[in-house]
Write a protein that binds this ligand. Structure first.
Ligand code: SF4
Ligand code: SF4
Length: 322
């Protein structure tokens, strides 16, 4: 019997999800024995034209990581949707935009202007600026055009499963791969590679009443001043654990770092940033509006704190006013 065909693709992302796939270690041998990897540009020299030549639905499972930032990302998203029986938004970038989605706070022209004209690393007098078409003596060169904003995968094609994590942890990757190989994936539309409830539920730190007088930025806190047992949020260190989906085993709080939110919103939360902002504001220990404002002002980057992974997939999704 032929082995199921898998594809792994990387659009607008850092590539960490592919590396995370290798974190399954010796299980990669089981995967290789059970499946044929037919398309994975960071490992194989398969060309786009080879995928275009495949029959519709020929690939059994595609793990697609990365958001949709340019015309090439969109073309391949549509192509892999057409050629795949099962398409998984694999990792935070494909799921909800992740760090590249923070570029939605600016515009395409502002990005290009900074990178090619104003950045300190640009040589004075530089006139090089990317063009979508350049004629050269050797022939025509083309570059995919950037879109105005980055979009999560399910904003442009139908997605069968969404798997959060920046990157997803190896145990969850193997669990999803094994379910896909054995035909045990849940009904279409499910979030996969997660555990029930929230990061707080997986976190072993003690939780009491959350009431705080001040926030402390992690890089300004001496680690010796952090209680290794008590909830970080109760110590004034912002932790997004209460609103973030469980699945990583509460990795960050184990090492004195507040959860940043890479596993995305917990069930029932429509807009993770709005939920987190409300939850964090509610624990400020004061009835005085001026004092509450002063404490809230200690959060120097609210969007980066509460929408670090989910801005592109949020209700607003981008900057709407300058
Ligand atoms: S440290 Fe974070 S994840 Fe752990 S209990 Fe406190 S808020 Fe929740
Ligand atoms: S604790 Fe939060 S930021 Fe850290 S890996 Fe888990 S979900 Fe991601």
């Amino acid at each position: 019997m032929p082995k199921p065909k898998f594809a792994v693709y990387w659009a607008a992302s850092c590539g960490g999800c592919e590396i995370a796939f290798l974190d399954i270690r010796e299980k990669i041998l089981d995967f290789d024995a059970a499946a044929d990897l037919v398309f994975c540009p960071c490992l194989l020299d398969t060309k786009y034209k080879d995928v275009e030549a495949m029959a519709d639905g020929e690939i059994d499972v595609t793990l697609f990581n990365g958001g949709i930032r340019n015309e090439e990302n969109l073309h391949i998203a549509k192509l892999l949707r057409q050629k795949s029986k099962v398409l998984v938004a694999f990792g935070s970038c494909a799921f909800e935009g992740c760090i590249p989605g923070l570029a939605n706070l600016t515009t395409k022209s502002e990005i290009l202007d900074y990178v090619y004209r104003k950045s300190p690393s640009v040589e004075p007098g530089n006139t090089t600026f990317p063009q979508t078409v350049t004629e050269t003596p050797a022939g025509r060169l083309t570059l995919p055009d950037l879109f105005e904003v980055l979009r999560p995968l399910d904003h442009v094609v139908d997605v069968d499963y969404r798997m959060p994590g920046c990157p997803p942890v190896a145990e969850q990757i193997w669990a999803v791969a094994e379910a896909a190989l054995t035909g045990k994936l849940p009904p279409k539309g499910a979030l996969v590679g997660v555990n029930p409830k929230t990061v707080c539920d997986e976190c072993k730190r003690t939780k009491e009443e959350k009431k705080i007088k001040a926030f402390r930025r992690p890089h300004l806190v001496d680690p010796r001043d952090i209680d290794p047992v008590k909830c970080l949020l109760e110590q004034g260190i912002i932790c997004n654990g209460p609103a973030i989906h469980a699945g990583c085993g509460a990795l960050c709080p184990q090492v004195n770092l507040g959860c940043r939110g890479c596993y995305g919103p917990a069930d029932g939360i429509q807009d993770v940033g709005a939920k987190l902002a409300g939850a964090i504001a509610s624990i400020i220990d004061s009835d005085d509006p001026a004092e509450i404002q002063a404490v809230a002002d200690q959060i120097v980057d609210p969007v980066g704190t509460f929408y670090r992974f989910g801005l592109a997939g949020s209700l607003v999704g981008r900057r709407i006013r300058s």
